[in-house]
Design a protein around this ligand. Structure first.
Ligand code: SF4
Length: 572
């Protein structure tokens, strides 16, 4: 047992401030104890509203106590191993393996390997088939899981597909009663049949054709052929707000407040839009009340939603929060719903860097991805912001989009220069923006979106496009380009569109200390099959068993419309 690790946990706890009431965590406690794990560091996890919200919801469930666990900081992992300290919960510092349930909240596919690291550090057998009565039941949910949980199917006993508010009450009650009745784990899992949004892994069996595609995906008797995503019909039934603020996180001392879920725009690449379908939003009155709760504890309120400038009451809500002397933070703003009043509000609340997401440089490309605003709207937004005194811009673009040609990539360079110029013309004193950060991401086709059938562009093509943008803007002293490494986009795509067999790669990479190239070589599975292959409509996709509310036929129609747009307006 390492004193150093326990002291670090106590220090983190001592710096937290509670916004919502939580129980006192003297020991593990509860008829049902849950270790809620985020598969990344505390610093990242505590800026994740989904994780924080689930923590609070579990602790509201009768007879249930939930404590948090995190992936240790990299420098602490050797200390865990050297001192044989099992991974422990933050609150009462009890071993994670002593809890009844280990629940992972997973937002990003690239965190999948961390689930294995955490189970390993906790002393819990990695494969569900190796776990017995003394191990916790392992569950996973979250944004990534909602799209496609299959690569984790060998490691997780059951998944929650959907929104926590809808599921947690019935789930904790079933588990608690099952435990009271002394049910063994297999019987307990069987009891979960029929709960909306619960997917018990062992009860579904995939078979494969000779060409590697899925032949069938069959449920055991009594389990539904498709798992219906659970979603909260009335967002006003609960307010999603962070119960804890801390200085030790990316969004330091910030209270996060969710305005809306889903998005009415339907951009064809956007997982946030399709996974959280249908679009819903909360009443401003409820939100203002929740924001004021944080007064005195939080230094800022961060507004969260897929497209927050589309929120119909953004101005009255923002003004009401500002009147309470609580600064606001806006994430990305959509250029075509950015009014001068909204820009004023953002500036008055102390924000100095503004994020815009044109996503693509050419209008042709924006039509293909259905990000339907014009260059005029983008430049108009830059002018509006510059006029109000904004000097720092962050611009999000993607490369590797379907039907993208060199001209489309060149258009990113041109658009960045034009934004700089228009901001200069309109800024007080006619000065160039002090800083434009162009953030370039490789496009990763996501399950459940119209581009789910589309192959990832090969790594050399992505690298070349990134180089092209960097070279094209090298002479612009005020514009810096940051880009992700395409090899991580490859891994992300493998983990997001893989089937159950991809679990073998995850296990191999874990055993090889995260050496993915070696893992690819050591397993008889071709990762390119999942990443670089376009799929036909008829193919059974690994995530087809999820009923997310949007018909596959509709997604295909949107995909075909995008390809047709690309052909009709072929890039030079
Ligand atoms: S506007 Fe933004 S949030 Fe809405 S669908 Fe498009 S990319 Fe997604």
């Amino acid at each position: 047992m390492s004193r150093k690790l326990h002291e670090k946990a106590r220090h983190l706890l001592s710096q937290e401030r509670q916004i919502l009431p939580l129980p006192e965590f003297k020991d593990r406690g509860g008829e049902l104890s849950i270790a809620l794990a985020y598969p990344n560091r505390y610093y990242t996890a505590m800026s994740n509203l989904g994780f924080q919200a689930v923590y609070w919801l579990f602790n509201q469930a009768p007879g249930t106590v939930c404590q948090r666990a995190f992936l240790p900081d990299p420098e602490d992992i050797p200390e865990y191993r050297r001192t044989e300290t099992p991974l422990f919960s933050l609150e009462s510092q009890q071993p994670v393996r002593s809890f009844h349930i280990l629940a992972f909240s997973v937002s990003y596919e690239n965190d999948y390997p961390h689930l294995l690291t955490m189970m390993d550090l906790a002393g819990i057998p990695l494969l569900r088939k190796d776990r017995g009565e003394s191990s916790p039941l392992v569950l996973a949910g979250g944004a990534a899981i909602m799209m496609n949980p299959e690569p984790l199917a060998d490691f997780v006993d059951f998944f929650v597909i959907g929104e926590a508010e809808e599921i947690i009450g019935s789930l904790t009650e079933t588990l608690r009663k099952g435990r009271q009745a002394g049910l063994p784990r297999e019987a307990l899992l069987s009891h979960l049949t029929g709960l909306e949004g619960v997917y018990v892994t062992r009860s579904y069996t995939p078979t494969y054709k000779a060409d590697g595609t899925i032949e069938s995906f069959t449920p055991q008797e009594g389990f539904p052929p498709r798992v219906k995503k659970a979603w909260l019909k009335d967002l006003n039934a609960s307010v999603t707000v962070s119960p804890i603020v801390t200085p030790n996180t990316e969004l330091s001392n910030m209270l996060l407040l969710e305005l809306s879920r889903g998005c009415r725009r339907g951009c064809r690449f956007c997982a946030g839009c399709y996974s959280y379908f249908p679009h819903r939003h909360r009443d401003a009155g409820l939100l203002a009340k929740a924001a004021v709760q944080g007064k005195g504890s939080a230094q800022k309120v961060g507004l969260v939603g897929a497209a927050i400038s589309d929120y119909p009451e953004i101005l009255p809500l923002g003004r009401e929060i500002l009147q309470e002397q609580i600064p606001l933070s806006f994430s990305s703003l959509r250029v075509d719903s950015l009014s001068p009043e909204l820009a004023d509000l953002a500036f008055q609340s102390g924000q100095r860097t503004i994020t815009l997401a044109p996503e693509a440089g050419s209008e042709r490309m924006r039509r293909i991805i259905k990000k339907g605003f014009t260059e005029e709207a983008i430049l108009g937004a830059a002018e509006t912001l510059a006029e109000r005194g904004f000097k720092h811009f962050r611009l999000y673009f993607m490369v590797g989009l379907p039907e993208e040609g060199r001209e489309d990539v060149k258009a990113i360079i041109d658009l960045a220069r034009k934004i700089q110029h228009h901001a200069l013309v309109k800024s007080p004193g006619k000065k160039k923006p002090e800083k434009i950060t162009l953030s370039l991401n490789s496009f990763v086709p996501k399950p459940g979106t119209p581009f789910q059938w589309h192959p990832l562009e090969d790594l050399s093509g992505l690298n070349e496009k990134i180089r092209m943008v960097k070279d094209g803007l090298r002479k612009e002293r005020n514009i810096s380009v940051t880009a992700d490494l395409p090899k991580w986009a490859y891994l992300q795509n493998l983990l997001s569109r893989g089937d159950r067999r991809v679990g073998k790669l995850l296990l191999a990479a874990h055993k090889l200390g995260g050496n993915w190239p070696q893992a690819y070589r050591s397993v008889d599975l071709n990762p390119d099959f999942y990443v670089y292959r376009g799929r036909p409509f008829e193919e059974i996709l690994p995530w087809d068993f999820i009923d997310g509310g949007v018909k596959k036929e509709y997604l295909w129609k949107e995909y075909q419309a995008a390809l047709l747009e690309g052909k009709e307006s072929a890039a030079c």
